[in-house]
Design a protein around this ligand. Structure first.
Ligand SMILES: [Zn+2]
Length: 222
């Protein structure tokens, strides 16, 4: 089973991706984590990526294709959860082609939705563990000890891209570039909209219900 999880920044995609990957034994393709890794290792790709992200721009498609091509080959025998990729129609079409080439298909494309005021409120309270990548929220999902990661006790940080101006710009980019994927996935018959207002367990339950229905119907048709 291969799943796409998309939605504007701040809807809790990363958290749900983590939970779903564990629950259904999927390997997670997190473009954000992979890009940050390239940046921290200061690879050739990483240095290019950093310049785009600093300006609040999206990473160009050709760089993403290089990263995803390698990832698909390495994980051809696993179910994959795509978190933060694709981000536009071209990437979506390209992913469809790339997965077909290795005999895979996307089964469900989930879009998580939340209104803009709520997104901004969540993002300015967001803290991030630079060591393991876990994301917290000071108000809704705080760590057990103040500002320390539960997993490894690393001091939590605010990401550069979580300031209100950059958030607004990223939301606009989402509406302009990513949102048109909705019609594309509707046309493939695999689109599913998720209301991201609840807490993590409620949202996970919504998504799991759809995944379980899908898996059951696949069982019956086999
Ligand atoms: Zn950590």
């Amino acid at each position: 089973m291969n799943i796409i999880l998309f939605g504007p920044p701040g809807v809790g995609k990363g958290t749900q991706a983590q939970l779903l990957a564990e629950k259904y034994d999927l390997v997670r393709f997190s473009s954000g984590d992979l890009l940050r890794e390239e940046i921290s290792l200061s690879t050739l790709i990483g240095r290019k990526v950093e310049q785009f992200l600093r300006k609040g721009h999206l990473v160009p498609d050709d760089i993403m294709y290089e990263i995803i091509g390698n990832f698909l080959l390495e994980n051809r025998d696993r179910g994959i959860l795509f978190d933060g990729f694709p981000r536009n129609i071209n990437q979506a079409r390209s992913l469809e082609t790339n997965t077909a080439q290795i005999g895979k298909a996307i089964d469900i494309a989930f879009e998580m939705r939340l209104d803009e005021a709520e997104i901004i409120k969540r993002l300015v309270n967001r803290r991030y563990c630079p060591k393991c990548g876990r994301i917290y929220n000071c108000t809704t999902d705080p760590p057990k000890e103040e500002n320390l990661c539960d997993n490894d006790r690393t001091a939590l940080v605010t990401r550069d891209d979580d300031t209100v101006d950059i958030i607004r710009r990223r939301l606009k980019i989402y509406e302009d570039e990513t949102r048109p994927m909705v019609d594309y996935y509707k046309s493939l018959g695999i689109y599913c909209r998720i209301d991201a207002r609840g807490n993590r367990e409620e949202v996970l339950r919504q998504i799991s219900d759809v995944v379980n229905d899908y898996l059951n119907s696949k069982c019956r048709s086999n």
